[in-house]
Write a protein that binds this ligand. Structure first.
Ligand code: DLL
Length: 432
């Protein structure tokens, strides 16, 4: 454990710390002369403890976009040490900035991440998240250096070179997106390097993934595949992380990021243990704090203690995004549910996609995947029927499943896996 005292803090002490930090934050923001904060804080009543957080206004992504680039900063840009940006699907990115102290928090929470994964200071640790405006690479990098491992800053892309580095430099741990991790396994297998790669843990996140995906990754790599969660608007990676001993429910580092779960429609808190939208408040950030930020990510609190003894609030793995939900013939479908069904089927690889076929009057959902190996070819129809039946019983919507030959699905080497495509003409939407 990187910070045993903080990571196992008792409930009362945590409550006190969170309250103190929230009060200090609100005082600072109320005194700010930045127009954004003057408006945000207008009418905010007195805050005496963390329990008063529910009386504060929410923050949404659109506000951050509107404040582009620096309108939400509480400090002058020249007091900041670094800028990152989250790639929006359209329009301007969201710019996030960090003071020296913020970078300290960023490194601290990511050092905890390594501790959760069972890292040791003598490890070689390979970073396959992209370095650059994306927070993944540099975020884990700061944490890994602080923790004291030997860092290999491989960045994203170039899977073939990366598996050679993993083998030659002797990494015991690595971090990457789950989809890139599967691609690395394929390349390592193809290059005959699996026997020489000794990784024991992977710190995987930045995109949604399912328990079925975890099973595939752990089978391919023989590692602990651990879930790391985070978002640029809050800090980047290191908002929440699973521990090896307590898999299944990541810890939210709630001395820095206070979590709530609300009904995405009404904004009211959901009953404890119900699914809803994760809302986060940064208790310690300087340059760009956020108050009750609507992450758009869906999860629920898990209140079981973990055998590792960490006492942070725990959440379920992210099951989807409020805005990722597809409505197919009136039925709500989360892509992650599709993944859970498809990848649970032996004989299919980890590559899959949803194609919404909009050529007819009614939208048809087609799930595309591929066989794991040539040996499964005779079972192709049988596998397809089974997945179609499973999808129908789980989602209550008829889905067509198309299973291609091994290696036929496109693989992306950089960024986050894209899972949903639209078909509007006869061109293959996955080919672009
Ligand atoms: O993806 C930060 C990060 C880097 C997290 C490396 C983990 C590892 P953004 O690019 O701003 O930041 O994207 C944030 O990605 O709101 C979620 O929708 C999604 N996401 C991140 N981690 C997970 C995860 C980084 N473990 C958005 N499971 C978030 C599901 C995740 N979704």
């Amino acid at each position: 454990m990187y910070q045993p005292e903080l990571e196992t803090m008792g409930h009362a002490a945590k409550h006190h710390l969170q309250s103190e930090r929230l009060i200090a934050l609100i005082e600072r923001l109320e005194a700010s002369d930045v127009p954004y904060w003057q408006q945000k804080m207008a009418g905010v009543g007195s805050v005496k403890s963390i329990n008063d957080i529910t009386g504060l206004p929410f923050t949404v992504k659109a506000e951050m976009r509107a404040a582009f680039p620096y309108g939400m900063l509480t400090v002058p840009v020249d007091d900041c040490n670094r800028i990152h940006a989250s790639s929006g699907t359209s329009g301007k990115p969201t710019v996030v900035a960090y003071t020296k102290a913020d970078l300290g928090v960023f490194a601290e929470v990511n050092a905890r991440v390594l501790g959760c994964a069972g890292a040791r200071p003598q490890d070689v640790f390979h970073i396959a998240y992209g370095y650059g405006l994306f927070t993944g690479g540099l975020g884990l990098h700061g944490g890994a250096e602080l923790f004291g491992v030997t860092v290999v800053p491989a960045s994203g892309g170039n899977a073939t070179l990366q598996v050679e580095l993993l083998a030659d430099l002797g990494a015991r741990g690595f971090c990457a997106t789950p989809s890139f991790t599967l691609l690395l396994a394929e390349r390592a297998e193809a290059a005959g390097l699996m026997g020489r790669i000794k990784v024991e843990y992977g710190i995987l996140g930045a995109e949604p993934w399912s328990e079925s995906m975890r099973a595939k990754i752990e089978e391919a790599w023989d590692i602990h595949a651990l879930d790391i969660y985070g978002l640029s608007e809050v800090i980047g990676p290191g908002v929440a992380m699973e521990s090896v001993e307590g898999m299944g429910a990541p810890f939210i580092f709630d001395d820095h990021f206070f979590p709530e779960i609300v009904d995405p429609k009404t904004g009211d808190p959901v009953p404890n243990g119900d699914f809803g939208e994760l809302v986060l408040t940064t208790l310690t950030k300087e340059a760009l704090p956020v108050i009750r930020y609507r992450t758009g990510d869906i999860t629920r609190f898990v209140d079981e203690p973990s055998p590792c003894g960490r006492t942070f609030r725990r959440m379920d793995r992210i099951s989807g995004r409020v805005d990722d939900m597809l409505i197919v013939r009136g039925v709500n479908v989360f892509p992650s549910e599709v993944e859970a069904v498809v990848l649970a089927e032996p004989g299919v690889s980890g590559q899959w996609a949803i194609v919404l076929d909009k050529r007819g009057t009614l939208v048809e959902m087609v799930v595309r995947c591929e066989l794991e190996s040539q040996a499964d070819v005779p079972r192709r129809d049988h596998i397809r029927d089974r997945i179609e039946r499973q999808l129908h019983s789980r989602l209550r919507v008829r889905t067509r499943v198309a299973i291609g030959a091994p290696g036929s699905m496109p693989r992306s080497e950089v960024g986050k896996a894209r899972r949903v495509f639209e078909q509007v003409d006869d061109r293959d939407p996955l080919a672009s």
